[in-house]
Design a protein around this ligand. Sequence first.
Ligand SMILES: NC(=O)c1ccc[n+]([C@@H]2O[C@H](COP(=O)([O-])OP(=O)(O)OC[C@H]3O[C@@H](n4cnc5c(N)ncnc54)[C@H](OP(=O)(O)O)[C@@H]3O)[C@@H](O)[C@H]2O)c1
Length: 316
Amino acid sequence: MKAVMYERYGGPDVLEVRDIPVPQPGPGEMLVRVRSSMVAYGDYRMRSLNLEGIPAVERFLARLALGFRRPKRRILGMGIAGDVVRLGAGTIGFIEGESVVAGLWHGMRFGGYAEYACVPAYGPVEVKPFNLGYDESLAAIGGIAALSLVRRAGIRTGDRVAVYGASGAVGTTAVQLAKHAGAVVTAVCSGPNRAMVQALGADRVVDYTKEDFTESGERYDAVLDAVGKLTPSKSSRALTPNGRVLSVLTNGHAASGRPELSYLLSLAQRGALTPVIDRTYPLHRVAEAHRYVESGRKRGNILLHCDRSFNPKGTP
Ligand SMILES: NC(=O)c1ccc[n+]([C@@H]2O[C@H](COP(=O)([O-])OP(=O)(O)OC[C@H]3O[C@@H](n4cnc5c(N)ncnc54)[C@H](OP(=O)(O)O)[C@@H]3O)[C@@H](O)[C@H]2O)c1
């Protein structure tokens, strides 16, 4: 099968498409033919070992887990949508031929940038909603960290919530989940993304290139930093007395298991969460996808089409 591998940390060109054997599903696992794979901002971080903004202790732990000198996991790809082609021994809960959406972040297993991936059936994996495509289903979970931000903020009906970095994968999800919780949402993003975040439900939009939302005099019950670029001391002056600031860099790794994945998919299935897809790339253009993600300008999600039929030049 084709898979994107990297043997050393560096720029997008360290990513190479190679031919490797199809992995064999172990006990409790299933082999999934990958249709769509998520290219997350975190993938860029892991490829380049850019751990900027991450607290020191977590940074050390991340290096330990990733590999100090070279990457331990050679295949990136933390989220996939595809079809179950084989079940490992004792695997229950899924059947061959079923379409699924899965997170491969637990235990930092990864492996999504490939034509096939092994998915533990007991992990964050769920049947793909019948009324959504592979890309849409995957994009629905692309900002899963937003769920822990919104839940930890304890948002109640009528709360005033600011989502900083509202146009990214986490931001677009956070805006919608905060609205869903009954909040009055101010989305902070740049001018070109105004219409998109309004369409997702934002009540008010502040263009951060023109205005500092912390200086407008508005007070918020919660500020959700969905892009990890706010200084907490600065944002705390925009809070009500009991208000809270939560950042994706310190609160984004909380629970993101099957219940969270299932919840986001169920919202998307009934039209209560709109998955935002910016661009899709075929597998062989993975370096290009990484360059775009690295720019920090993506809107919502970037997806890699791992199925060769998506690849006009892709011959075995
Ligand atoms: N996806 C997850 O569930 C998850 C989980 C754990 C941690 N994280 C971390 O969360 C962070 C955000 O991830 P993401 O995928 O949502 O990011 P992203 O999609 O790459 O965010 C890009 C967006 O952020 C906006 N942006 C860039 N700089 C900004 C600034 N200074 N102020 C306001 N907006 C800005 C950009 O809009 P403009 O072009 O308008 O500036 C762009 O639309 C990353 O550090 C990631 O590693 C994510």
